[in-house]
Design a protein around this ligand. Structure first.
Ligand SMILES: CC(=O)N[C@H]1[C@@H](OP(=O)(O)OP(=O)(O)OC[C@H]2O[C@@H](n3ccc(=O)[nH]c3=O)[C@H](O)[C@@H]2O)O[C@H](CO)[C@@H](O)[C@@H]1O
Ligand SMILES: C=C(OP(=O)(O)O)C(=O)O
Length: 431
């Protein structure tokens, strides 16, 4: 039977008002879960988001032999017996982060086999830099139907010089190097906050790391690591998404649990559009009532540049601003899947390679649209909130990869939004 997907229903045109608390970060939590494999015992992640990708990573840890359990939003992982050697593609194919488990498995047991990673289809997303990093540390990698890694003489610290910055490949290198023999230096490493958080977590386990948050990371390998313990930081992309929701509906809302200092490039663009914000200590009052300026050129870039993961959401806001805006997507070559759906809703957008030309100010109308990837799905939610009439967004399974409660969060701020459950032709719920 063809699997049906849940959908979101939004009656647009109602301004938002109220407070939303931002969930824990998906892209910080997933590498920390992988890192938990490096300790033969119980590690804990507090305020962990209960989202599909985290559940998938949890399933993978279980498939490797770990025991896991939740207490509310706190995730406990007992990796004492997580020594199985293979992760099937039915898990790895669901998300990108699965590939960094290879480094963790090599560090733990000197071998690991896994299916190819999935994740959002937003470009070709090669994994050559991951393999390069592991090979520099002495791993032998074979690619066929599956990816197979071994470290016949163990992992040995070395220099890793990345030709381009990659978040995942930097995480891969770190996970393998913390248990390698000797010192590793990672040059041209990614500087995204999620790298910093991974290193902070590994340090709670006793890893010796310096330079995280810069483009040069030093690691002194250890023989073993202890238990990990960390409160997952707030999700900067979810925070940005809700700021865009307020901007598109010209509303003022309060966000709690907002990451500090991680949203600067985004807030810069938001202010250029006419958005205002004030706040401190994790609380932010965002006022989008004066949003009116198009953006001449918005370029996504590696951190601290504008995050590609907020590009689609800002595109939705720009469709509501009279005048011409231009977006250049510099990280992924195919990250405009939401644009066609926005056009169905009345937006004027032309895609030309990596550039999106937006002529804003035309009214958006409620339509039946489809989310084809995570952040593009969030962009459709934002557009629907300010559209005239009712929008039905199918493809909820993409959105639930990263947003724990997008419907409840926005409904709590006054939006007319609900989650529709998939039914079969007889109207029976699928599950
Ligand atoms: C789970 C997770 O944290 N995902 C994030 C991570 O993805 P991910 O780690 O996949 O992104 P990367 O930073 O690796 O990708 C950046 C660029 O490098 C290229 N590349 C990457 C690896 C490689 O081996 N070879 C190669 O050429 C990619 O195709 C892309 O063009 O960072 C992206 C960029 O901030 C975010 O959009 C994703 O949300
Ligand atoms: C692209 C993303 O995730 P992934 O790398 O897991 O596909 C994202 O979080 O926006």
């Amino acid at each position: 039977m063809k699997s049906l997907d849940d959908y979101i229903c939004i009656v647009g045109g109602k301004p938002l008002k109220g407070t939303i608390s931002v969930q824990g970060s998906k892209n910080a939590a997933l590498p920390m879960m992988a890192a938990s494999l490096l300790h033969r015992g119980v590690s804990v992640l507090k305020t962990c988001p209960r989202i599909a990708d985290v559940f998938c990573m949890e399933k993978i840890l279980q498939a490797l032999g770990a025991a896991t359990w939740w207490e509310d939003h706190d995730l406990y992982m007992d990796c004492t017996n997580a020594d199985k050697e293979e992760i099937p593609e039915m898990y790895t194919g669901r998300m990108r982060s699965s590939v960094i488990l290879l480094g963790a498995m090599l560090a733990r047991n000197g071998k690991g086999t896994l299916g190819y990673p999935g994740g959002c289809v937003i470009g070709s997303r090669p994994i050559d830099l991951h393999f390069y990093a592991l090979r520099q540390l002495g791993a032998v990698i074979q690619k066929d139907q599956v990816i197979q890694g071994t470290a016949p003489s163990g992992l040995w610290g070395n220099q890793i010089l990345f030709p381009k910055r990659s978040v995942g490949a930097t995480q891969q290198a770190i996970l393998a190097a913390v248990l390698a023999k000797g010192n590793t230096i990672i040059k041209n490493s990614a500087r995204e906050p999620e790298i910093l958080w991974l290193c902070r977590y590994l340090k709670t386990m006793g890893a010796q790391i310096k330079g995280e948050g810069t483009d040069c990371i030093f690691i002194e390998g250890r023989d073993e690591l202890g238990a990990g313990y960390m409160k997952i930081p707030p999700d900067r992309i979810v925070a940005g998404t809700y700021i865009c929701a307020a901007a598109a509906t010209r509303s003022e809302i309060t966000l709690e649990n907002v990451p500090e200092g991680e949203l600067d490039a985004f807030l810069d663009v938001y202010c250029k559009m006419g958005g205002q914000y004030k706040g401190k200590s994790g609380k932010l009052i965002v006022n989008g009532q004066n949003i009116h300026c198009p953006v001449k050129l918005l370029k996504t870039d590696v951190y601290p540049g504008f995050p590609t993961d907020l590009q689609s959401q800002v595109m939705s806001v720009l469709t509501t601003v009279t005048g011409k805006s231009l977006i250049r997507e510099q990280i992924f070559e195919d990250r405009y899947k939401a644009a066609g759906e926005l056009v169905k809703m009345g937006a004027h957008i032309n895609i030309c390679g990596r550039e999106a030309y937006i002529e804003g100010g035309y009214p958006l109308y409620g339509r039946q649209v489809t989310a084809r990837e995570l952040r593009g799905g969030a962009a459709l939610v934002i557009a629907a909130l300010c559209a005239k009439g009712t929008t039905k967004i199918s493809g909820y399974s993409f959105i639930s990869r990263g947003y724990e409660n997008i419907c409840q969060d926005l409904a709590g701020a006054g939006a007319r939004i609900s989650l529709g459950r998939a039914t079969d032709s007889r109207g029976i719920l699928e599950y």
